[in-house]
Design a protein around this ligand. Sequence first.
Ligand SMILES: [Zn+2]
Length: 439
Amino acid sequence: MAGSRMQLELSRVVHGTARLGVLKGLGSTGQHSLDVPCCLLYTHFGTVPHLTQDTLHTISSLPFVTQVALSHVAEHQDVLEEFKDGLKKFAGLRDTALFCSLHDPAAPCPTGYTTNKTVSVWGSGGRIDMSVAKFMALQKVVQPDWYQSMADGETWQINASRKRVRKSVDRTLAHLDECLLLHQKSQELDRVSMFGVVEGGDILEERVRSARETAKRPVAGFCLDGFQSGAMDPTLRIQLISAVTKELPEDKPRLLQGVGRPDEVLECVEAGVDLFEGFFPFQATERGCALCFSFNVSPDPERAGGTQTDLDEEQHTAGETQPNGDLNCDDQTQMTCFEMNLRDKRYQDDFRPLVEGCGCYCCKNHQRAYVHHLLVTNELLAGVLLMIHNTSHYQSFFHSLREALAGDKLDLLKKRVLGGSCQLADGINVDNSKRNDRD
Ligand SMILES: [Zn+2]
């Protein structure tokens, strides 16, 4: 099997589908593990944006797995081939397992460029055509611990026809079979795990077919593609994800691609998802925003960052600073109700930390007013401090999520996360019907 060392041990299943467990057998020697549900560490070519390795490691409880996208790597194939020792060493990554995805979840991916034999990825220099042979050659030079197989994922758009969706499932299975064949023949990939990709757009039968057929192959786990925020009606998305996870074996992990909003993470965990891509803190940072949503389910108010009253108050007012005055969640680049916009003038003399009680370097040493000043004067330090706080806050949210699953507090956590402006501004933010028109 491709990646027979990776092993998922479930300790609890809550409400029939929400899974708590440990993904074991990670790292070069297989001695590392990852508590799930969790999110991977989002990077550009191995680097968490804005952060050096030193600053990154001031953040406690980072996940053991770093994600890199082939779209960032593909144009450096020659250099990596010459270097010979793989991306982890090239990027100076220590003590981490590397997961290689096809696309960057936070970057736009134009559609219309796949063929029966190729898919396209978009790097800084433009489009790169990828055949299975090139895709596998890249995996050999990247030397990840785990990667997704090549997939035709262009059917997340609402107007994709049934015929096109069927073709995408067929092509993705054909790519998977070819990748598996090359993987099994390759000595370099001997200890590397491969995930199969479930496609199927918004068509239930195709999703089920894709999941069933992928599950028949010797893969180590599954990527659920084409469910990114805004791609389809959220109710339909949860129905489809539930239908897909029902078809997948219980002892293999499921990674959901392109979903990062805390409320959506909770829904998807309830539908049987184990792993997420950690791009959401980066998106908030790029907007000049600090994550400030509440997630504390611990009886000790010092745990998990911030007192409930402070966070509720902040979350209640967080969305008011939207440039268009509307808590619009349709677009991934738009501010959500889980963050505060520190560019806003109201923070120019606010001497509180970003989130009261947060233990991150930024909150322990700086105030909202200082980060506001850095943002309006375009200082690079603004991104550094925001990224430290946002990464730390988001990882603590996942810690709290695992705690909630272990202690029967999932409903309390949902109340906490949705309890701020998302519900107070009823009909604006949680009105799912408004979130389905992105194309
Ligand atoms: Zn903080």
